[in-house]
Design a protein around this ligand. Structure first.
Ligand SMILES: C[S@@+](CC[C@H](N)C(=O)[O-])C[C@H]1O[C@@H](n2cnc3c(N)ncnc32)[C@H](O)[C@@H]1O
Length: 256
């Protein structure tokens, strides 16, 4: 009998965090901003909804910081969900993993609850086409209580950037990337996916993933920060703003 080696899940997730941090140097800063807002806004016991949770990087930070919190992580990628389940796990019943496609109308019906205290997301919603993003924002609005918050940390360019600003931003971004210390064995986004794909035990999940996402990064839209803010207002949020910005890395805040 051929035994299939179990992947070193924690190493894969550690490398995930490294390559994400490398592409988005303000990633931890963005996570912290989200945690700071949650700390001020929500009741002692609360449930957050993490959209496009991936292997659970953001949810894990929430659960570590707030011992009474629960998180529901939604993702459509079976590989990502598997990584999250194997590393973060259920955190003693505080973490729920939901397989749902935000592009589909019925995604919210897959959630185990009808209301959450807050919703959060990092680096995921830029994958959605405009009309699907608008619907997701509308659904999130309905899931929140009055004064509930939604926070989205993502790389969101400004709508009308002139060529000089763009050039300047790119230069600073590249300078920062050159300063990053990359540990031995560091791999980038593409290498990470290519290498993980070779794990024999993940063959079936990768086959499923290819049916869901025929391309490695199936970005559907290039929406600006303003497009997101407008979509949030249209969904009904009363107060909407850019909370922090570091180059084009922004955290958007919306209050119902
Ligand atoms: C770059 S990863 C970010 C993961 C995590 N939030 C983080 O910051 O590390 C984007 C995630 O969004 C998920 N995603 C993209 N489109 C989605 C969709 N239509 N429905 C659910 N999840 C989606 C991807 O599967 C992926 O896990």
């Amino acid at each position: 009998m051929v035994r299939v080696r179990t992947p070193r899940w924690a190493v894969w997730v550690e490398r995930w965090d490294q390559q994400q941090q490398d592409s988005f140097p303000a990633r931890e800063e963005r996570f912290n901003t989200i945690l700071e807002v949650l700390e001020t806004r929500i009741p002692r016991k609360f449930t957050v909804l993490d959209l496009g949770c991936g292997p659970g990087s953001l949810s894990l930070r929430v659960l570590r910081r707030f011992p009474n919190a629960r998180s529901i992580g939604v993702d459509v990628d079976p590989v990502m969900l598997k990584l999250g389940q194997e590393t973060v796990g259920t955190v003693g019943g505080r973490m729920r993993w939901v397989s749902a496609d935000l592009r589909h109308r019925d995604w919210a019906s897959k959630l185990p609850v009808r209301k959450v205290n807050a919703s959060i997301s990092t680096n995921a919603l830029h994958w959605l086409a405009p009309e699907k993003l608008r619907r997701v924002y509308h659904d999130v609005y309905n899931l929140l209580p009055r004064r509930g918050v939604f926070l989205n940390g993502d790389w969101l360019p400004a709508k009308a950037e002139g060529p000089m600003t763009q050039h300047l931003f790119l230069r600073i971004y590249r300078q920062r990337q050159r300063q990053i210390h990359r540990p031995v064995g560091w791999i980038d986004w593409n290498q990470w996916w290519r290498q993980l794909e070779r794990e024999p035990s993940l063959r079936d999940l990768f086959a499923m993933r290819r049916r869901i996402f025929p391309r490695l990064h199936p970005r559907e839209a290039h929406l600006s920060a303003e497009d997101h803010l407008r979509a949030l207002r249209r969904a009904g949020f009363r107060e909407v703003r850019v909370l922090t910005q570091n180059l084009d890395d922004r955290v958007l805040l919306a209050i119902k």
